[in-house]
Design a protein. Structure first.
Length: 489
């Protein structure tokens, strides 16, 4: 595509120097990735300003620059008020509006996004639909897996990825949508057809001013469903009405609403819920009828996750029997209440729980079927919401017989300072502090005996640990498995 066609999407701009018929191969926002014939867009981020790397981009072969500041180069240069918005518009145009060609489902909420995403994927696959998934764990196009850096990547990555999904004949795309992404405009240009709201509890208050601001960011997904109606292209909001803030989400959208609940009247409900240590059974009530669900997923939080997925599936006109078949086949989601089996006489579980609400949900489930002691290994991330640290500590101490507080991803913070925040003001004292996460996991597993339960919380599927600015290989599941095998020997 030539530069003149690319910038035609921009209503206003200033051309410092412009060769309109220059051909553009790719769009880049990282100067290190620029190749000959690329367009470089300068993004002013949290840690670096792309304007500082224009010379490097030109040296690497950039034939055009889009910037917010007046600059002097020997290549075509376009000045716009906001390069972040321009990036989304240009990327969407460059990749030929991919989300207008396939249904796009966005899932937001504090907890459950990943599980709901994969539940919806499983239902669609059961219905012989080819899916694309973008989320915390990875990106999937059909059966092919790709790494991602953020829960919701930037607009350039998204539009390129959705274009690839269209090229690969994907029928439906499913994406986790974080509050950061909504607030920062990463999903500008995404034409959502279904938006799902799971819940809202404390998290990310290092970024958002308060819980109201956090909710405002979440509500943007539902506002972005649009304000018009088409009989041939209906859009839906799937909303958990058991969450106290659901009314704000409902008022944020003009589109059709599918509610779900375990407590009150809603379009989709679960009744006669029977929770066990290895399964969950309930009656699923929907506008299409009622059906019994026998799931291998456990805990009330997974009942809610399944209801959210059902709501999205109903919006896609998936038959009830297909939904049932898919939900009953799923055995688990990577890093979500994942059992670690080394033929040991006790239970070891790895879970991504990294908020007060998610940690309490997991521990409530464990408490219900625990026969003996509960050991918890848990920490909190550095450079993140500090106010949740003592809450996480108190919840762990409330449910566990022994807590080992340890490092999570300390990033640039002092790990000891994070741990001190977690134990500050705690009345209970049945805990130890072991900063080294590997040592903490080994210690907890060595303490466990017959019928005890060890929960390793906070990192789940992650295969790394961030200490300072360095990413180290670290997988709770591998460490736990090795610790079990070492103990059993």
């Amino acid at each position: 595509m030539n530069l003149n066609e690319i910038i035609s999407i921009l209503p206003f701009y200033e051309a410092m120097y412009l060769v309109k018929d220059v051909s553009i191969n790719e769009i880049k926002m990282d100067s290190r990735e620029v190749n000959q014939g690329d367009l470089f867009i300068c993004i002013n981020g949290y840690t670096v300003d792309g304007h500082d790397y224009i010379d490097q981009a030109v040296a690497n072969g950039a034939v055009a620059i889009i910037a917010e500041k007046v600059i002097h180069t020997n290549v075509s240069t376009i000045i716009v008020p906001d390069t972040l918005r321009a990036l989304a518009m240009i990327a969407t145009h460059f990749y030929n509006y991919p989300t207008a060609k396939i249904p796009l489902i966005g899932i937001t909420g504090t907890n459950g996004k990943t599980t709901i995403t994969y539940l919806i994927e499983s239902i669609l696959n059961e219905f012989n639909r080819k899916t694309g998934v973008i989320g915390t764990i990875q990106m999937k196009i059909g059966d092919h897996l790709f790494p991602v850096q953020n829960t919701t990547p930037d607009s350039l990555f998204l539009q390129k990825s959705f274009h690839e999904m269209v090229e690969c004949n994907v029928d439906t795309a499913i994406m986790e949508v974080s509050s950061h992404a909504l607030d920062m405009g990463r999903v500008y240009g995404c034409d959502f057809d279904i938006a799902v709201f799971s819940n809202l509890s404390q998290d990310h208050l290092d970024y958002h001013h308060d819980m109201d601001d956090y909710l405002r960011a979440k509500s943007l997904l539902f506002a972005q469903l649009g304000n018009t109606f088409k009989k041939t292209h209906q859009k839906f909001a799937v909303i958990n009405v058991d969450d106290p803030r659901h009314d704000i989400i409902e008022r944020s959208t003009a589109q059709h609403i599918i509610t779900y609940s375990c407590k009150t009247n809603a379009a989709v409900t679960a009744t006669n819920i029977q929770l066990a240590a290895n399964k969950t059974k309930f009656k699923l009530n929907t506008p299409l009828g009622e059906i019994m669900i026998n799931s291998k997923l456990i805990g009330m939080f997974n009942v809610y996750n399944m209801l959210a997925a059902v709501g999205a599936a109903l919006a896609l006109r998936i038959p009830l029997l297909t939904i049932k078949a898919a939900l009953e086949k799923i055995t688990g989601i990577s890093g979500r209440f994942e059992p670690i089996d080394g033929n040991q006489s006790f239970t070891t579980i790895v879970d991504y729980a990294h908020t007060p609400d998610s940690l309490e949900n997991v521990l409530q489930v464990i408490k219900d079927f625990a026969k003996k002691n509960i050991f918890v290994v848990v920490g909190c991330g550095g450079d993140r919401d500090k106010t949740k640290r003592p809450q996480m500590g108190a919840i762990a101490l409330k449910y566990a017989d022994k807590v080992i507080f340890t490092s999570d991803n300390p990033r640039t913070e002092d790990p000891q300072a994070i741990l001190e925040d977690m134990v500050h003001g705690q009345i209970e004292s049945h805990y130890e502090i072991i900063e080294d996460r590997k040592q903490a996991i080994y210690h907890a597993i060595n303490l466990a005996s017959d019928h005890d339960i060890v929960l390793i919380a906070g990192k789940g599927h992650e295969t790394y640990q961030l200490i300072g600015h360095t990413k180290y290989n670290f997988d709770d599941r591998e460490i736990a498995k090795n610790a079990i095998l070492s103990k059993e020997k």
